[in-house]
Write a protein that binds this ligand. Structure first.
Ligand SMILES: Nc1nc2c(ncn2[C@@H]2O[C@H](COP(=O)(O)OP(=O)(O)OP(=O)(O)O)[C@@H](O)[C@H]2O)c(=O)[nH]1
Ligand SMILES: [Mg+2]
Length: 460
């Protein structure tokens, strides 16, 4: 719960000598945010101590150019734009104000100090603005998380996903399920309160169908990996025989020397990851050890890791050496691969500068000359788009927190379906709905809220 105080914080990055900003924005939220604006902009107001709304205050939501004054000395700190919002029509639902100042270290420092000197404002805790918005019903937990995701988004696809969630796509989905569950629960409770002696005990068909439908919708949502792929990056593994040029290809795509390249077969041992933006899709590209039987214990471990990564990846790129018998390598490696998908996975034949390759179902490439790279990128983007489109339409699951709660919900629904008595089924259904409510925050768990707003929200 909010403590009724007026809080303030710099909403833009702290300006430094190396990175001053053209502007910096300080935000205030709380019952005295408008008073703060008057005292900081109208000469003598602080001494007079007026706190009723002053004619000097511009109309709400209209920017006004003002000198920002030190409340005690009335020295001018800066000249900038101020705007205020009347509760409840603001981001936090409280009275809010914004000071748009020049983005210098001294300006921001002096302005923050001046606000502190008013004596009735305190610095906001990390995530406190978003938390107040939540407490005042301006957004639910999934939307609060989406704000953090939007600020952290590095690619177009991540930005779109965060925006969709901020607009309430997940909130509506989870609340719809809770609504369905609560309706079934009401039905069960009626049967408990007014038992019909003529009917056999246990769940009636309507209840059973309702629970099963909810269960299958949630199961489908849990199977959808798009959201996690978008947040964490699509995982692509580069695999293949030793010395084929896997590390060379990784470096070429990453545009830096991330992995060691040498003519010694068995150079790469550990999995080496680089993060890329592939046509708007976030990608984690992993270089792995060359796959071969080795007597070297360290190399054996490298090969084990390579196979594990290849199996766990969303997409595999098999790199072969054009100057070798690559067709037989291709066959044996695909056969040995735990999860090879002919639809998405890609075969690259590298070193075409040494031996030409003409085969329609592979991507000929030279990591040395760069030939074939545009064709590979097109193939990768196409595979990424296809993977991301799976299950498109419904908003995807985005966080481990949501997944855990949905799994808990599923388990309770499963128990409800086999409960020997309707009273027990009702109790399980209640637990299932509580798990759903925790995702959006409809069911409040204060310790959980503390963690979310401290760790996930911006303003840390
Ligand atoms: N001619 C030619 N040589 C290449 C090409 N790509 C890589 N090489 C050379 O092939 C050798 C092996 O390259 P790496 O990138 O280390 O191969 P790798 O597949 O990572 O090898 P391991 O880590 O040992 O499994 C190096 O000497 C590279 O310079 C290419 O397109 N053409
Ligand atoms: Mg290597």
């Amino acid at each position: 719960m909010t403590d009724g105080s007026t809080i303030y914080a710099l909403g833009t990055p702290t300006p430094s000598r190396a990175h001053p900003g053209a502007i910096s924005v300080i935000r205030l939220s709380g019952p005295r945010a408008a008073d703060a604006v008057i005292f900081l902009t109208e000469r003598g107001a602080f001494e007079r101590g007026q706190s009723a709304r002053d004619p000097a205050l511009p109309p709400p939501r209209r920017m006004a150019l003002r000198a920002l004054l030190d409340p005690k000395s009335a020295d001018v700190i800066d000249r900038g734009l101020i705007v205020w919002f009347e509760a409840p029509n603001s981001e936090t639902g409280e009275t809010m104000a914004e000071l748009h100042l020049h983005g210098g270290r001294a300006v921001v420092g002096a302005a923050l100090e001046a606000i502190g000197r008013l004596g009735f404002c305190r610095l906001a805790e990390p995530g406190e603005f978003t938390r107040r918005a939540f407490e005042n019903g301006k957004l639910d937990l999934t939307q609060a998380e989406a704000i953090a995701d939007l600020v952290g988004a590095e690619t177009e696809a991540q930005r779109r996903l965060a925006l969709q969630q901020m607009d309430g796509a997940l909130h509506r989905l989870y609340e719809r399920w809770r609504g369905l569950g609560l309706r079934v629960l009401a039905h069960l409770e009626a049967a408990i309160d007014f038992p019909d002696e003529d009917l056999p005990p246990g769940l009636d068909d309507e209840v059973r169908v309702g629970i099963s439908r909810l269960r299958s919708e949630i199961a489908e949502h849990l199977d959808d990996r798009r959201g996690e792929r978008l947040r964490e990056g699509l995982s692509i593994a580069i695999i293949g025989p030793p010395n084929a040029g896997k590390s060379s290809l990784l470096n070429l795509l990453a545009r830096r020397e991330a992995a060691i390249v040498s003519e010694t077969a068995g150079t790469t041992r550990d999995v080496i990851e680089v993060h890329l933006d592939l046509g708007g899709w976030p990608v984690v590209l992993a270089d792995t050890a060359g796959l071969r039987i080795s007597a070297d214990a360290i190399e054996q471990e490298g090969v084990r890791r390579a196979r594990a990564r290849a199996a766990a990846a969303d997409l595999r790129v098999l790199v072969l050496d054009a100057a070798t018998d690559w067709k037989s390598d291709r066959q044996s490696m695909i056969e040995a691969s735990e999860r090879w998908s002919p639809d998405h996975d890609i075969v690259v034949v590298n070193k075409v500068d040494l031996a030409p390759v003409h085969s329609p179902d592979v991507v000929p490439l030279s990591a040395t000359t760069g030939a074939g790279v545009p064709a590979l990128l097109t193939r990768l983007e196409r595979s990424a788009a296809a993977l991301m489109a799976e299950g498109a339409g419904a908003p995807p699951l985005t966080r481990a927190r949501h997944r855990a709660a949905l799994q808990e919900c599923q388990e309770s629904l499963d128990r409800a379906l086999i409960a020997p008595e309707i009273a027990l089924a009702a109790e399980d259904l209640r637990l299932a709905m509580r798990a759903l409510g925790r995702i959006t925050g409809t069911v409040r768990i204060d310790e959980l809220l503390d963690v979310i707003f401290r760790d996930f929200c911006i303003g840390k």
